[in-house]
Design a protein around this ligand. Structure first.
Ligand code: BGC
Ligand code: NOJ
Length: 815
């Protein structure tokens, strides 16, 4: 069952009924100003940091779900009837409803009793504001006397404090209303230099800034008193709950359309020019007012929207493909890169599943997000790499998370997740391959605990590898620390107290648990580093890390191989985890994917054996589950993983992030059918027809899909902010379609499903454009045997770099 359809031509998903199984959201803004918006206009906005600069309130986990947002109400003044054109919050009967989620904008339209309303929501590129452009048309045969009421609830900036310290906050709220603009200025009198504003393009019939006055006591957003009455209270908030509502009233002739523009924005004044007159407590509006006036003009809005659309067209033109598979095309060409951009921008902070409060920018998360993002905005990738490296410690370890506004490491979680630093190497390698910009390696970057030392980024990478080598356990495998990629495999934790953090509790001294996964990741990272070192002429260093990689691969072969698959880890007492000798948790997906991706076992048959075990034991029709059999009991020695009921999250769901590792591994083993088969199972577009089972948005990946051990098997959760986005884009474009940036050129080395006759693609890479055509005349699931560049046969599959501006024709034949 579906709740809408894709409109690929306009790059939109069109939702045709408002009561989707869960709110289906979109993102407005991917830079400084951003927010989420649901298909019924729920959501909230922030500036730079979802915790420390939250503009509007949102109540997660509320009942009913998704209440509070960017609401408009229409009122028919002749009958007194009112409704929400976005369905929520009044949930009235609408004669038509449609929500189009596009790239960084959402358009919700509906009709009721001959009044059509269409609202376009977006953040113009480079601005710190959002536009709501409402168009109301009278489709009746007679004039319509209508009112529009807008509504937002301001957050008192720090979302955590706002939800917990209300005894204080009930008395701090302040606003100003001036020239039709509502300014939210709580704490501006003292240490804040910023304020929010809510403006409207039309003359006002009234306004409200106190929530209680707008809603009325004991009422919710579905029955605001002011709207029911048809008259604003012109309330000015002092304390309690600052709110923004405009009232616009107009008469529409039959067929007439009226456009009303609302702006919600953020502004910072220079500290020395905060007040007007100086010394007063009145906001200085001289700097913001011209911005407001400009964006209240329809031409500015139209132009801003055009620029937004263009910026996406240009970003997406980096890679466009035409394959025989529609689900592949729309994910690769539109939605997957979009999700990568959003995930990169938000890290794990704002979604329907992430509150924006608990985590900032994750170290390993961001490093992996880079893999899917770097080609879309290399300059932002560069800046992020340098920020991340600055939260690395002199030991080579890293803060697990940092706060985006302050860029400082999160002390509550700290460090000690021993895979973290290695991902920096893979992230930087991806950046170098895409851009060729080796200057980044010379950028001086401090360590978080030694600000006076500013070694070049290159040294940070070396320290990342050293961090692993300095921490080997009894089998010479890397120590796991608090956890590796699997945050919930806490082998040094031993928590028996409810409420303790699995990730930061360490009850046993000198945790000696080891990770086969980190060993695989080390091999991968050490080989990438060797390649970088060679480029810098550090030949002996390159040789040293190649040798370390070989050595580690040998350790994996000796202690990490279980007979038919790679083991997962050794626990604190030296027992193998992920071994046939256990009754539960015998096989885990992560080391199968990671070890093969790093090249381990590709020449001695173990890689293929491990992948066969994955197919036999972990593959389901909804994707590949993380482990089997799922843990049915709590294991003190394993930690959070066994706290989840079987089939959920790390305990045996299809944890989608890991699936592309197996796709890549299958492609490396030359098995295109297997790789693509796995790709299709979790491709959200391919799951659209089971939206009632999948329940999350069909246009983006979710972190997990419940596995067969769970009663809700096939149900997705935690959509949007997940490393799944970057890794799936990597798997399909770089390994199945085989178009990979490398330091010295563009690799074209597809491993296709046998049924495909071929595909075509356009890739912009280092200033040149490559027009690639791959043919598979014998319908095999194999590799390229013949490659021509501009009509000339070349050896191998690496297309050399072309001069900037060049258009290069690449013809490949699989056979
Ligand atoms: C989740 C993990 C996540 C971790 C982050 C756990 O509860 O299951 O998926 O990585 O929290 O802190
Ligand atoms: C989600 C976290 O953001 C990520 O860092 C982690 O690797 C996975 N969960 C697996 O636990």
């Amino acid at each position: 069952m579906r709740y809408g359809h894709f409109d690929d031509e306009h790059r939109e998903y069109v939702i045709t009924r408002p009561d989707t199984p869960l709110p289906w959201i979109n993102y407005l803004g991917t830079d400084a100003y951003f927010g989420i918006i649901s298909n019924t206009a729920g959501g909230y906005s922030c500036y730079r940091d979802a915790r420390l600069r939250r503009l509007t309130r949102y109540r997660y986990n509320g009942v009913p779900a998704d209440s509070g947002g960017r609401y408009l109400y229409l009122r028919d003044n002749s009958s007194g009837e009112y409704w929400s054109p976005s369905w929520q919050p009044t949930q009235g009967d609408l004669d038509s409803y449609e929500c189009r989620h596009g790239l960084s904008y959402t358009r919700i339209s509906s009709t009721r009793h001959g009044v059509r309303a269409e609202t376009l929501y977006f953040v113009p590129p480079g601005e710190t504001l959002e536009v709501w452009r409402l168009r109301v048309r009278n489709e009746r045969g007679e004039p319509a006397d209508l009112s529009v009421f807008s509504s937002v609830e301001f957050c008192l900036w720090d979302a955590q404090d706002d939800a917990t310290n209300f005894q204080r906050n009930y008395s701090t709220g302040e606003v100003e209303v001036d020239g039709g603009v509502i300014y939210h200025k709580t704490e501006y009198r003292e240490r804040r230099d910023h304020f929010a504003y809510f403006a409207c393009s039309e003359p006002l019939a009234g306004f409200d800034t106190q929530r209680e006055e707008f809603l009325g006591a004991y009422r919710g957003w579905d029955r605001p008193l002011v709207v029911e009455r048809g008259e604003s209270a012109n309330s000015v908030a002092r304390g309690w709950a600052p709110h923004g509502s405009h009232h616009v009233r107009f008469l529409l002739a039959p067929g007439e359309t009226r456009e009303v523009i609302f702006l919600l924005g953020y502004w910072e004044n220079p500290r020395e020019a905060k007040f007007d007159p100086p010394g007063s407590a009145v906001l200085n509006k001289a700097l913001v007012r011209p911005v407001i006036d400009r964006w209240l003009r329809p031409e500015t809005v139209a132009e801003g929207f055009r620029r937004l659309r263009e910026s996406w067209s240009s970003r997406l033109s980096v890679l466009q493909v035409k394959t025989p598979d529609e689900d592949t095309n729309r994910m690769v060409n539109i939605w997957n890169p979009y999700q990568c951009m959003v995930t990169f921008a938000m890290s794990r902070s704002v979604s329907l599943f992430e509150s924006g409060i608990s985590r900032g920018i994750g170290f390993r998360d961001s490093c992996q997000d880079l893999l899917g993002f770097v080609q879309l905005a290399p300059d932002r990738a560069r800046a992020r790499i340098l920020d991340l490296a600055a939260t690395q410690l002199a030991s080579g370890g890293a803060y697990h998370q940092y706060q985006p506004l302050t860029k400082t490491g999160n002390d509550a979680v700290g460090s000690g997740f021993n895979d973290d630093p290695l991902w920096l190497v893979t992230g930087v390698a991806a950046y170098l391959k895409e851009t060729g910009d080796e200057t980044i390696l010379d950028e001086p970057v401090p360590y978080a605990d030694a600000a006076d030392v500013r070694p070049p980024l290159y040294e940070h990478l070396e320290r990342s590898l050293r961090y692993t080598l300095d921490r080997l356990g009894p089998h010479q495998l890397p120590l796991i620390g608090r956890a590796d990629w699997n945050d919930c495999l806490n082998l040094n934790c031993f928590s028996a107290e409810p409420g303790q953090s699995f990730q930061t509790t360490e009850n046993v001294a000198g945790g000696s648990a080891e990770s086969v996964f980190i060993a695989g990741l080390f091999v991968l990272a050490a080989r990438e580093f060797a390649m970088i070192a060679e480029r810098r002429g550090q030949i002996s260093e390159a040789a040293c890390y190649r040798a370390e990689a070989e050595k580690m691969a040998g350790v994996v072969a000796e202690h990490g191989w279980d007979g038919a698959w790679f083991r997962r880890a050794y626990d604190h007492s030296g027992r193998a985890v992920g071994s046939a000798s256990d009754d539960e948790g015998q096989i885990f997906i992560e080391p199968q994917g990671m070890c093969v991706m790093s090249g381990i076992g590709l020449h001695d048959g173990t890689a293929v054996r491990a992948l066969d075990s994955v197919r036999e034991r972990l593959a389901t029709r909804h994707g590949i589950v993380l482990l089997q059999p799922a843990y049915t009991r709590y294991h003190l020695e394993l930690g959070e993983i066994s706290s989840y009921p079987p089939g959920y999250k790390e305990n045996g769901s299809v944890f989608c992030h890991t699936n592309p590792w197996v796709m890549i591994a299958e492609a490396m083993a030359g098995r295109g059918d297997a790789a693509f088969g796995y790709y299709k199972r979790i491709n959200p577009s391919a799951r659209e027809q089971i939206s009632d089972v999948h329940r999350c948005e069909p246009y983006v990946y979710a972190q997990m899909i419940a596995g067969p051990d769970a009663p809700a098997c096939g149900e997705a959760k935690n959509s949007w902010l997940t490393g799944t986005a970057a890794w799936n884009l990597t798997a399909i474009t770089q390994w199945i379609l085989g178009i990979r940036a490398e330091l010295d050129g563009l690799r074209v080395d597809p491993v296709l499903p046998a049924a495909w006759p071929g595909f075509i693609a356009t890739r912009r890479f280092r200033g040149a454009t490559y027009q690639i055509s791959v043919r598979n005349p014998d319908r095999i699931s194999g590799r390229v045997m013949h490659l021509e560049v501009d009509g000339r046969r070349i050896e191998g599959t690496l297309v050399p770099l072309a001069p900037s501006g060049a258009i290069v024709q690449v013809e490949a034949v699989v056979g």
